[in-house]
Design a protein around this ligand. Structure first.
Ligand SMILES: [Zn+2]
Length: 296
């Protein structure tokens, strides 16, 4: 049974905008819940992703733009220090790769999310594309083939744009359509998209998530990265999907059965139940180690 590595730094709670759904309580409440529930987990700090790591995905102009105090779009404010927060989130994904490659089930509990960020644009609450940065890092450090499984309720448009036509990477996204950002209805050579209509029955949705994973595994990846968003939950305030807690646990059990390293990063998830949803996913993936009982 894989040991659970949780990558977390409470510094990622250090920015917020009034009434914005991507809020500090998401990670603070989840960290507190996991600290109580998963005392078997190994807690590790993220690193700050280096410029070399970032430039495998982003343009120099984009990195400069993150320092300019102007909002990126209506959803994606400029915050004081956002460049460092985004680099820490990307660094969490890098540490998750390292932890996965040494055999742990690795989850980076961080913010901001990343999968909407393109090479040269921050959007959809995302500033740097942590999962794509992690994929290119893994390729640079000895992995020949990397797959990215994105079950966030929104299309991973940024990840798609970055990895399109990179034959070393396969990407699959299952997402609500119509929905933000309005993309993700057709496939590319190395990208498969699974648009799901709002309010679809959960069995249909879960089957698509499973088929997306199966397609990625057929690529025989040496590492699986997961854009783990929890906003396809029925109670999420910004989507119209129907998954329940046990479905996320089921996604985790699929990972538990794999024989390749797996690293996951938090993307979306805006309901108050986020801590329970994350814990369920992790319990399916890396069930709590049995406590060693007293003799007798
Ligand atoms: Zn999302």
């Amino acid at each position: 049974m894989a040991l659970l590595s949780l990558i977390y730094d409470s510094a990622c709670a250090g920015y917020e905008a009034p009434f914005h759904p991507e809020s500090p309580v998401r990670v603070l409440a989840t960290a507190g819940y996991l600290q109580a529930q998963r005392q078997d987990a190994l807690w590790t700090q993220p690193v700050i992703a280096s410029e070399v790591d970032l430039l495998r995905v982003h343009t120099p102009a984009h990195l400069r733009r993150l320092h300019q105090p102007r909002d990126f779009d209506a959803d994606t404010p400029y915050y004081e220090g956002i460049e460092m927060h985004a680099r820490r989130a990307a660094g969490g994904a890098l540490v998750a790769v390292d932890e996965a490659l040494r055999g742990h089930a690795a989850f980076s509990l961080s913010r901001p999310p990343g999968h909407h960020a393109t090479a040269d644009r921050a959007m959809g609450f995302c500033y740097l594309n942590s999962i794509a940065i992690a994929a290119r890092y893994a390729l640079e450090h000895g992995c020949a083939r990397v797959a990215i499984w994105d079950f966030d309720a929104h299309h991973g448009n940024g990840t798609e744009a970055v990895v399109a036509n990179d034959g070393r990477i396969r990407f699959a996204s299952v997402h609500q359509y119509p929905g933000y950002p309005g993309t993700g209805t057709s496939n590319l050579a190395n990208v498969s998209n699974w648009p799901i209509p709002p309010m679809s029955d959960p069995d249909t949705h879960v089957r698509a998530v499973r088929d997306a994973l199966e397609g990625l595994l057929a690529f025989d990846p040496e590492l699986l990265l997961v854009s783990a968003g929890f906003d396809a939950f029925a109670g999420d305030p910004i989507t119209q999907m129907t998954l329940e807690r046990h479905h996320f646990e089921q996604f985790g059990t699929w990972l538990a059965g794999l024989r390749i390293p797996v690293a996951a990063v938090l993307e979306g998830g805006y309901s108050r139940e986020l801590p329970v949803l994350v814990a369920s996913f992790l319990n399916g993936w890396a069930p709590p180690a049995n406590k060693v009982g007293c003799a007798g």
